[in-house]
Design a binder for this molecule. Structure first.
Ligand code: TRP
Length: 348
């Protein structure tokens, strides 16, 4: 087996407000991983993914700055991690095309995220939205990233990424060997889903059966990372609950999605778990619990939001971080794409 350097790659789309789900499910993990010296870390703002659905150009720019500011404010450190926007490194598009020719239609037809997003309108969706998982595989394999921290909704895309790597390694096995790359050219990437704290799926504040999302029409359904304290308090006060008191055992959260969501958010922010939270709040009314939750959210998210807003005032600085990151990413990505071109038989 070929040995690959331990490398982490992950990305967030600049397609909407960056919210608590992005923080607890992704960015917080990036910060933990970056402090593990055995990993190299690459964190991308995936603007090419964002345009798979229509984006207002001015707003796309703003969201790109905002995701970058969120990375920086939360503690992703450009001295330790490569931070850049995807479109600046052309190799993503180049490898993405090659993967369009490796992946099979049948594989993409199984992707549940496309089906969910397209619904009955699949005929009117962009080709990019359909081929999105191939570009995602290119993002990851361009760096031969061995580990990818993502939410569980991305698990299927990670499996596709492994299928693409495997098919490429098999289809071109002779060339890979002849050119001296050993047995495997691409690694089989592992998802890091339960890494760090307990897996948290942060749900919509008004409907606990839906994920918290940047595309939900009402801002009251989510906590944005740069909401000020008053907004945080207002949203959590108005968050949907049910009429019962909090249960004392986690089993009592069954069938109570809104209660479960608020308890999980508390646990994630407090670095504990649902049972510990219920040990403290079981039997209490939501009103009391929400007061404690608001205090905790203001203490944990408030300072990150303030720092984000401060950083956002200096667009030149944020852009410089992205530019420097892109240069470092290119140093890794360009030679790999050159090798891929040789393997598939392009003149280089
Ligand atoms: N598809 C991911 C999402 O929507 C974003 C993404 C694009 C990504 N490329 C990636 C995540 C590569 C991890 C690795 O959340």
């Amino acid at each position: 087996m070929t040995q690959f350097t331990k490398r982490v790659f992950s990305g967030i789309q600049p397609s909407g407000k960056i919210h608590l789900g992005n923080y607890l499910g992704a960015i917080q993990k990036f910060v933990l991983l970056q402090d593990d010296e055995s990993f190299e870390n690459i964190y991308c703002v995936v603007d090419m993914h964002a345009i798979t659905v229509a984006q207002e150009p001015k707003i796309l720019r703003e969201r790109t700055l905002e995701v970058t500011a969120a990375y920086l404010a939360a503690g992703v450190d450009p001295a330790k991690s490569i931070i850049f926007n995807q479109s600046r490194v052309a190799a993503h598009a180049e490898l993405g095309w090659i993967f369009n020719c490796v992946a099979r239609l049948g594989w993409l037809n199984r992707m549940t995220q496309f089906k969910d997003k397209a619904g009955k309108n699949s005929e009117r969706m962009s080709v990019g939205l359909y081929a999105y998982p191939n570009l995602m595989a290119a993002d990851i394999l361009l760096y031969n990233a061995t580990h990818v921290p993502v939410g569980d909704d991305q698990k299927q895309h990670l499996e596709l990424c492994r299928d693409i790597a495997q098919k490429f390694n098999n289809d071109y096995a002779d060339e890979i060997k002849e050119l001296g790359f050993g047995e495997q050219f691409f690694c089989l990437t592992e998802p890091l889903i339960d890494f760090g704290n307990k897996p948290v799926r942060v749900m919509n504040l008004r409907d606990g059966t839906k994920k918290m999302s940047s595309s939900a029409e009402s801002d009251m359904t989510r906590i944005n990372m740069n909401d000020d304290s008053d907004t945080l308090a207002k949203k959590l006060k108005k968050a949907k609950t049910d009429p019962d008191a909090l249960p004392s055992e986690v089993a009592g959260l069954e069938g109570r999605p809104e209660a479960r969501n608020l308890v999980s958010i508390f646990a994630a922010l407090d670095d504990s778990d649902n049972q510990t939270v219920l040990n403290q709040f079981g039997g209490q009314q939501f009103r009391e619990f929400k007061t404690a939750l608001i205090d905790l959210a203001v203490a944990k998210i408030g300072p990150i939001g303030d720092e984000m807003n401060r950083l956002m005032k200096d667009e030149a600085h944020i852009n410089q971080v992205l530019k420097d990151g892109a240069e470092r990413a290119r140093v890794l990505a360009e030679p790999l794409v050159q090798d891929v071109k040789k393997i598939v038989g392009f003149m280089v």
